[in-house]
Design a protein around this ligand. Structure first.
Ligand code: ZN
Length: 652
């Protein structure tokens, strides 16, 4: 039990903004703070923190509570563990009513591992400074790497002696048990005899987000051995590799402050950069970035810059995780360091300012970077080129268009120029990948919905037609999307130009990922899949006889409606058809521009709404830029189809 005085003191001192601010980038909004919720995936913040009430609440997923429950939830700790965390954080003596060794042993494995790790980190750190071998072997290695004393202290670097069980002896003398020491990866049982795992190695403790040690990386110093260069803690209750970024604890505030996170490969890169004055840096430890790692970074910034040297295999691995980063709206940039330098050696040469200048001048978007690498490998091989075109298109398709409207177009233009492929062909390919994804997602959603429906069916549900419902309310707001579907079904098979059908035109101009109406999205994809599979447009009766009665009704109403909305506009505002070639062309063109115009207006309104409440100047600037971009796009649409859209805007 925790002593009541300790509880009182913790509750008195705990400041919700302080506590939550250790993990999330909080922004002031009125008297409260907001952030992206750490408990569910979101891109616009709905996580609110109220300093006056000492509580948080997420309006997205409903999670709410105080400082203690936040730590419990976020760090996956029990109540006493969370209290201990807060006591550590505020340097309040943590007093328990009983604290016998037995009680300690009864505590959960996670907490025991934490205690053992803490002990081990202190032990290795002391060995480094206070033993002869530590100084001569370990400390001189770090000094030779250029690490200063305060840097070694900051990262709590250590050393363990060569002798086979010197750490084990110290741990046993403290009362720690063999099995937990083994679980922590510190000792190993070979033929019934335990010995130290990190022998003659320098040691890098790995801190969790609370600053407590969750594991270690240990580097061998001898050159000859068959032994691995690095040994890391095995997966256990504390050390979950997919969630760990080395240096995150030391970097988190700087990442928030600079709104950028540098990613490097190794421990020493992180440490050198800190020492050089660049603190917003973490290491991926040579694996490809995981969703969990991205979530941790994404809570602090969306700007991820990867520092890459010619022969770092680990960064190549990280590159494979980048499509995921693109789809989560990260702005991913790469920087190739000069030949023969890694981040560690480079910053030691240039100092912080030189380093940052170089980074600024050599930043390259991830797609451009892939293109550059890929072009070098392709040469004249047409098969390789086709593979590269597909890979690039797939990566471009992952870019979240709702966050950055022009980025996808920018990359398509760049890729088509560099790869010497037709731009509209590439657009089609990108849209195909988007459709494939949307289709998979909607299939997953359907399956989920079907499962839920089965559970909710009333017992006498055997006449589905009696349950026909009116078109959903959103359908009226999303009329422009339904109009796209209509012209697709009605005119898709007809020629638009000599080379292009109306369907092809629509595939090129409509990004299915932006379709908000779930039904429209689903039908659009069904149409497109048919088109891809059979090379022709599906018969109209497939849609007019659609199995789902709600869809069937909506579609037949739409297809029979006279006049169509676009013609309706033309009549209402006295606009002449802008294309006299064939009557359906005017319908197709005005429906498309109506759709594009509505989309842009929705984005514009959304941006304005965000601007009204935004207080962070950096975020405001980003939104203002986005606004200008969208206005430019709006103008372009207006110029392309002036008569129809101009009127629609004016009378809206
Ligand atoms: Zn939430």
């Amino acid at each position: 039990m925790i002593k009541q005085e300790t509880v009182n003191e913790i509750m008195h001192r705990a400041d919700i903004v302080d506590v939550v601010g250790q993990f999330l980038k909080l922004r002031k909004r009125g008297i409260n703070y907001i952030a992206n919720c750490p408990f569910h995936n979101e891109k616009t913040p709905s996580f609110n923190v109220s300093p006056s009430k000492g509580i948080y609440k997420c309006f997205g997923c409903g999670k709410a509570g105080n400082s203690v429950s936040f730590i419990q939830e976020h760090e996956k700790l029990s109540y006493p563990e969370a209290m201990r965390w807060l006591a550590d954080f505020y340097k309040i003596p943590f007093e328990e009513t009983e604290k016998s060794p037995e009680v300690q042993q009864q505590q959960q494995t996670g907490e025991s591992l934490r205690i053992i790790n803490e002990f081990a980190a202190n032990y290795f750190h002391d060995t480094l400074f206070k033993t002869e071998e530590g100084e001569i072997v370990g400390l001189s290695y770090f000094k030779q790497r250029g690490f200063r004393k305060e840097t070694i202290e900051k990262f709590k670097l250590g050393y363990n002696a060569e002798y086979h069980d010197v750490f084990l002896g110290a741990a046993l003398a403290k009362g720690y048990q063999h099995d937990l020491l083994e679980k922590a990866g510190l000792v190993k049982n070979r033929n019934g005899i335990y010995h130290d795992v990190y022998r003659g190695r320098v040691i890098f403790p790995i801190h969790g987000m609370t600053g407590r040690v969750v594991g270690f990386g240990a580097r061998i110093l001898k050159t000859s051995d068959k032994a691995p260069k690095y040994i890391n803690t095995p997966e256990n209750e504390l050390y979950i590799k997919s969630k760990i970024l080395y240096g995150m604890y030391q970097a988190r505030q700087s990442i928030g402050k600079h709104d950028e996170c540098f990613l490097v490969e190794g421990y020493t890169d992180v440490i050198s950069m800190h020492q050089g004055g660049v603190e917003n840096v973490v290491a991926s430890s040579g694996t490809s970035l995981t969703e969990d790692q991205l979530r941790v970074i994404g809570q602090l910034t969306r700007n991820l810059t990867i520092l890459y040297d010619g022969d770092s295999a680990g960064i190549k691995a990280a590159l494979r995780g980048l499509d995921m980063a693109l789809s989560q709206s990260f702005n991913v940039q790469l920087v190739l360091l000069p030949d023969g330098d890694d981040p560690d050696s480079f910053i030691q040469k240039t100092g912080a300012q030189g380093f940052l200048d170089y980074v600024k001048q050599h930043k390259q978007g991830v797609i451009s970077f892939r293109l550059q690498i890929g072009m070098g490998e392709v040469g004249d091989d047409p098969m390789k080129k086709s593979k590269l075109v597909n890979e690039i298109a797939e990566s471009i398709s992952k870019i979240n268009k709702a966050e950055d409207f022009s980025l996808q177009d920018h990359y398509i233009r760049e890729a088509s120029q560099k790869l010497k492929v037709d731009e509209s062909g590439l657009v089609n390919l990108v849209n195909k990948y988007i459709r494939d994804r949307v289709e998979t997602e909607s299939r997953d959603r359907d399956r989920q919905a079907a499962r839920e429906e089965v559970e909710q069916l009333p017992p006498d549900f055997d006449h589905p037609d009696e349950f026909e419902a009116a078109p959903s309310t959103t359908a009226t707001n999303l009329e422009h999307e339904w109009q796209i579907l209509r012209i697709l079904i009605e005119f898709g098979h007809l020629a638009y130009t000599e080379e292009q059908t109306v369907a092809q035109l629509i595939f090129q101009r409509v990004d299915p990922a932006l379709l908000e109406d779930v039904t429209v999205g689903k039908l659009f994809n069904e149409y497109a899949s048919h088109y891809e599979k059979f090379g022709n447009t599906p018969e109209i009766h497939i849609f007019t006889n659609y199995p789902d009665p709600v869809v069937r009704n909506k579609l037949s109403a739409l297809l029979h409606a006279e006049p169509h909305i676009s013609e309706n506009w033309s009549l209402k505002y006295g606009i002449k058809s802008i294309n006299d070639r064939l009557p359906y062309m005017a319908d197709v063109e005005s429906s498309l521009s109506y759709y594009e115009n509505q989309k842009v207006m929705i984005f514009i309104n959304d941006t304005i709404k965000k601007l009204e409440t935004e207080t962070d100047p950096r975020e405001m600037l980003r939104l203002q830029m986005k606004f200008l971009e969208l206005k430019k796009l709006e103008r372009e649409i207006l110029q392309k189809h002036e008569p129809v859209v101009f009127k629609s805007l004016k009378f809206k």
